[in-house]
Design a protein around this ligand. Sequence first.
Ligand code: FES
Length: 115
Amino acid sequence: MSSDNDSLKGFQRICSLKDLHENVGKRFIVNDVEIAVFLVNKKIFVLNNICPHQHSALIYDGFIEDEFVVCPAHGWMFNLESGKTPTGGRGLEAYESTIVEGEVYVKVEEKKYSW
Ligand code: FES
């Protein structure tokens, strides 16, 4: 295995970079986890797609405001990078991503639901 492949250990390809559009989220399911993927200022951000407010799978449909995504249902905000709320609350789980040869890869660990 080349070192390139090694660096993608644990990552899964979800789409091509050209499938993503600036400030428009997209949802995917990886390892049974629903994720929301955003392209903002040419950077990829990956968060859990389930808003903790009412457990709605809506984060991908949120709008981007500075470094936050705003849930379209009732306006809760989450930091794109960390998933945290503006006050530093836990918010959403954030996941690693990388782009290799124009393809987008994410690392999403399977997680037990606590609700
Ligand atoms: S469901 Fe997201 S803010 Fe209410």
